[in-house]
Design a protein around this ligand. Sequence first.
Ligand code: NAD
Length: 352
Amino acid sequence: MSRARGSLYGRSSGKQNSIKMKKILVTGAAGFIGSHTCEELLRRDYQVIGVDNFNDYYDPEIKKRNIKNIGNNKNFKIYNEDIRNFSNIKNIFEKEDIDKVIHLAARAGVRPSLKKPRLYFDVNVNGTLNLLELAKKFKINNFIFGSSSSVYGENKKIPFSEKHRTDNQISPYASSKKAGELLCKTYSHLYSLNITCLRFFTVYGERGRPDMAPYKFTNLIYNDKPIEMYGNGTSKRDYTYIKDIVSGILTALEKNFRFEIINLGNSDPVKLKRFISIIEKKLNKKAKIIQKPIPKGDVKITYADISKAKRLLAFEPKVKIDQGLSNLIDWYKLIHNPKNYLSETSKKNKIK
Ligand SMILES: NC(=O)c1ccc[n+]([C@@H]2O[C@H](COP(=O)([O-])OP(=O)(O)OC[C@H]3O[C@@H](n4cnc5c(N)ncnc54)[C@H](O)[C@@H]3O)[C@@H](O)[C@H]2O)c1
C-alpha cells in the first residue's frame, strides 16, 4: 500500500446509532485470522477499527482481498499503519473511541524468523509494547494478544498445558511471542489492565496463509507440483479450524479476565502423512513428495491441552480436520475458478 496513513475502506455513516456500539481495534485486520475476526465482530454488531500495514511477507493483494467482503460495511474502517509507528497508532486511539483491542499483527512464520530475527523482534515485541502503552494510556477495557503454541518449543510433556514451564523456545518467532506474553503480564500487573494471551495452535481454513502447509500443499498438489515433506511424515500438528479460533477470541474478548494465558487448539494432533493423504483424497490427486530433513526451529509435535479453554471460555472445537480441509479446498477451488469474481486478483497473485 502506498499511503503512509489513512483509511482504506472506511465508510462512516455520519449518524450515531441510538445504542452506542463498542469499538474494537483489531491489529493485523487484513491477515488470515484478523479478517475472520473482523467479520465475526461485525456480525455481532461491534464497530471495528482495523490496523494493518499490508506488508509483503505474502502478497498484499491477498490481504486486500481478505477484507474485500467487509470493506463497504459502515461499521468497519481500516487504517494502513505500522504498529511500530507509535505516534501514528496513538493518533488512531485519539481519533477513535476504542473500547477493546485484539492484537494480531505480527511477523508470523517460524522458519523466516531465523533469517530475520531483528524484524521479528521489532514488530512482535516493540509493536506489542506500543499497543500495551496505548492500552494503558487510553484505559482500554480488554486486550487480547495473539500468542502461539510455539512458545512451548520442544516441551517434553504432552499435551501442552498452560501450567507447563515455557522457557524452551527454539525459534526467534517463538521467543518473540513469549516476550509479548511477558510484557502483557507485566502491564496487566502494573496498570491493572485486563489482558488475555491466547496461544493459537496451527490455524487453518478459508483464506489460510499461503506460507502454511494447508494452503501450500493444496496449491502444489492441485497444480501437480512436488511438495516438500519435512521428516518422515510422523511429525504432528494440532490443526485448529479458523472458525473455532475466532469463537475462542470473541469469548475471551467478552469475558474481560484480569490476566490469563489460554490455549486455543483442537487437542487432536494429526500426523503429517495423514494430513497429506486427506488433501490428496479431497483433490483426487496423488502428491509428489520430496522428503527433506526437519528444518531448525520446527518442533516435532504440537498438542493443546484445552481444559482451561473449556473451563474459562466454554471452548469446544467443532470442526474436525477432514471437514476443515474440505472447506479450505472448496474455497481454494472457488478463488481459482476463472468464472469467479475473485479470479483476477488470485491470478495476479500467482501464489507459489
Ligand atoms: N496462523 C496460525 O497458525 C497462527 C498460530 C499461532 C499464532 N498466530 C498468530 O496469530 C496472529 C495472526 O496470524 P495470521 O496467521 O493471521 O498471520 P497473517 O500474516 O495472515 O496476519 C498478520 C497481519 O499482521 C499484519 N502486520 C504484520 N506486521 C505489521 C505491522 N508492523 N504493522 C501493522 N500490521 C502488521 C500483516 O500485514 C498481516 O495482515 C499473529 O500474531 C500470529 O503470530 C497464528
